[in-house]
Design a protein around this ligand. Sequence first.
Ligand SMILES: [Zn+2]
Ligand SMILES: [Zn+2]
Length: 169
Amino acid sequence: MKIDLKKLNTSAHASIPFDETIDLTDEKLYGAKPFQSPVHIKGVVSNESGVVRLAGSIETIYSTECARCLKPLEIPLSAEADMMLSDDPEAEEEDDLFVLTSDSVDPADVLVPALILQVQMTYLCKEDCKGLCPHCGADRNVTDCDCDKKQIDPRFAALRALLDSDKGE
Ligand SMILES: [Zn+2]
Ligand SMILES: [Zn+2]
């Protein structure tokens, strides 16, 4: 929802609150669409003696998977932002300055980047997740496969095959 900033100009101290749920289900990040849960934003846009600022928070559940064992994970994620809004086209976007492209602002445009900054490249289901066996794909947290024991030097694999076929007859 866009907030019409012209409404803020009617008095020196005006504020417009916002509180809404936004849909980021199509938002792509690291090759996935991790925002499958509702995203809640709330806060206020205010004008204090001509300085327009937006202060608010954003929260959601980030759907991803363990980087080692691929177990689905639901990570609670939240961020806060307190930014001045500038309509000066010469102004440079900074950490605490958001440059407006019109005389309205969509709080999501300010808050979603703050949320994405909180996202880590990878998550683990637990610090010491043992991951999947690269050979048989077994979840090593659940079961011990014996692939490690079976690993033999490829140079001996041919010999091993020979011995095995010998045994077989
Ligand atoms: Zn894991
Ligand atoms: Zn294995």
